[in-house]
Ligand binder design. Structure first.
Ligand SMILES: [Ca+2]
Length: 131
C-alpha cells in the first residue's frame, strides 16, 4: 500500500492478510517477498505497491526489469537498510529497467509502485545478469 500504510503498520498487516490473490506480494519492507524465480508476476495499484527482496549469489551488474505492464508503474531499488539507491519511472506502459552493481550475499529490496490512479497494472519482474 502506498503512502498511508507506510506509517500504519497495523493497517498493512490487515491488508496483507486480506489480499488473497495468488499474485499478492508483500506490502511493506518487512513483508517483502523473496525473489526465487527468474520472473515474478504481480499487479499493483495506486494504493497497493509490491515489495520484494533479492539476495544475489554473485557480485556483478544486474538488470532489474518490469515488463508486460498494463498501466503505468515504476521500479525502485533499495539497499538492506531500506535506503533508495536507484529508480526507473518511464511514462505509461513502457518497460522499466534498473541496471546496478549488487554485492553477493547482501539483501536488496525492490519495490514495484503503481503510478496509475485509475487502473491496476499487471507486471512481470525479472532480474538478469547485465552484460
Ligand atoms: Ca512508469
Amino acid at each position: 500500500m502506498k503512502k498511508v500504510l507506510l506509517s500504519l503498520v497495523g493497517a498493512a498487516l490487515i491488508t496483507g492478510a486480506s489480499a488473497g490473490s495468488v499474485f499478492a506480494h508483500g506490502n511493506s519492507f518487512a513483508k517483502a517477498s523473496e525473489i526465487k524465480k527468474v520472473a515474478e508476476e504481480g499487479s499493483v495499484t495506486w494504493t497497493d505497491d509490491d515489495y520484494f527482496y533479492f539476495i544475489p549469489k554473485s557480485s556483478r551488474n544486474y538488470s532489474i526489469r518490469l515488463i508486460g505492464l498494463t498501466a503505468d508503474a515504476a521500479l525502485r531499488l533499495y539497499d538492506k537498510n531500506e535506503k533508495s539507491i536507484a529508480k526507473s519511472n518511464n511514462p505509461g506502459t513502457a518497460n522499466e529497467e534498473i541496471v546496478h552493481y549488487l554485492e553477493a550475499n547482501t539483501k536488496y529490496y525492490i519495490k514495484v509502485i503503481g503510478m496509475d490512479k485509475n487502473n491496476k497494472s499487471s507486471y512481470i519482474l525479472d532480474i538478469n545478469n547485465a552484460n
